[in-house]
Design a protein around this ligand. Structure first.
Ligand code: UTP
Length: 293
């Protein structure tokens, strides 16, 4: 597997007004845009061919992964090697391509926009507002499971049952002798009463190309959007080549940057662990916490 698709064409309405003229995936998490962590994760797992699905205000995204000769020359002239390497960090990452999703008709529709680039091979989808800690393994485990099962593989995480209606939710069965589970059913953003479990779908998917045939026929679902969850629900019970969906239950560190509160939490956690800022930041946070009731 060599291809990763990163949808970044959503409207980001939970983060207005910050996302009025900028994709939420470009919001900085400590000192790098969220999407840079996600591209690094893909490349570190061996997925060097990255396709971004962009929407309105795509310029910032493309520019971030492009060379900036003027800035680089200025830093070179100053002999500022450290900043120069930070600027170049994003340009040395993988082979990045872009395709436009004309209308944000949902995550399923965004994935369908990757059909031509992906072709007929399994591929990864990483959501640009969902960060997996670089110290925790997830994608490589999913790649192994996909090689074993042949269908599609998703990532799940246990959440507080009160939170499940913010996620896609999975009904699963164990697979004898394996660490992964089999998906029986998936439902997008169920009410607490309807939810079959507290296992939430998180933003990492390894999809069999058959998903494109299903997405082409998937009708708009929840929120009148074409839902990837609905296409995967169909694949879970389908027969033949490329059918079946399995899942890895992730127990590591995940940071959601898609809404204001979880974004702030992600920044605090990652700033406290930051190589240069961490110690000073923690000292300040402790002092600040004392001033809170
Ligand atoms: P979200 O469910 O977070 O939706 O999308 P959103 O529109 O971006 O944000 P809110 O809910 O209005 O605040 C999950 C991922 O799918 C992408 C988003 O960019 C995000 O990475 N997406 C969603 C698309 O690329 N296209 C779409 O039509 C919808």
């Amino acid at each position: 597997m060599t291809k990763a698709v990163i949808p970044a064409a959503g409207l980001g309405t939970r983060f207005l007004p910050a996302t009025k003229a900028m994709p939420k995936e470009m919001l900085p998490v400590v000192d790098r845009p969220a999407i840079q962590y996600v591209v690094s994760e893909a490349v570190n797992a061996g997925l060097n061919d990255v396709l971004m699905i962009t929407g309105r205000s795509k310029r910032a995204l493309e520019d971030h992964f492009d060379r900036v000769p003027g800035l680089e020359m200025a830093l070179e002239a100053k002999g500022d090697e450290k900043k120069l390497s930070l600027v170049r960090e994003a340009t040395g990452l993988g082979d990045i391509h872009y395709v436009r999703q004309g209308d944000p008709k949902g995550l399923g529709h965004a994935v369908l926009c990757a059909k031509q680039h992906v072709g007929n091979e399994p591929f990864a989808v990483l959501l640009g507002d969902d960060l997996i800690d670089a110290r925790d393994e997830l994608l490589t485990i999913m790649i192994d499971v996909q090689a074993k099962t042949g269908g599609s593989v998703i990532a799940l995480m246990e959440v507080d049952p009160q939170q499940i209606s913010a996620y896609g939710c999975a009904d699963v069965s164990t697979v004898e002798g394996e660490d992964f589970v089999k998906i029986n059913h998936l439902v997008e953003k169920p009410s607490i009463e309807e939810a079959p479990s507290n296992l939430a779908i998180i933003g990492r998917y390894l999809l069999h190309p058959r998903v494109f045939d299903v997405l082409q026929k998937t009708k708009p679902g929840r929120g009148n959007e074409i839902q990837l969850t609905d296409a995967l629900e169909e694949l879970a019970s389908a027969e033949g080549e490329g059918a079946g969906v399995h899942a890895v239950v992730f127990r590591g560190r995940r940071y959601d940057t898609g809404d204001k509160l979880s974004y702030l939490q992600a920044n605090v956690v990652l700033a406290a662990e930051h190589e240069d800022l961490g110690e000073d930041f923690k000292t300040w946070v402790k002092e600040y916490a004392k001033t809170l009731d």
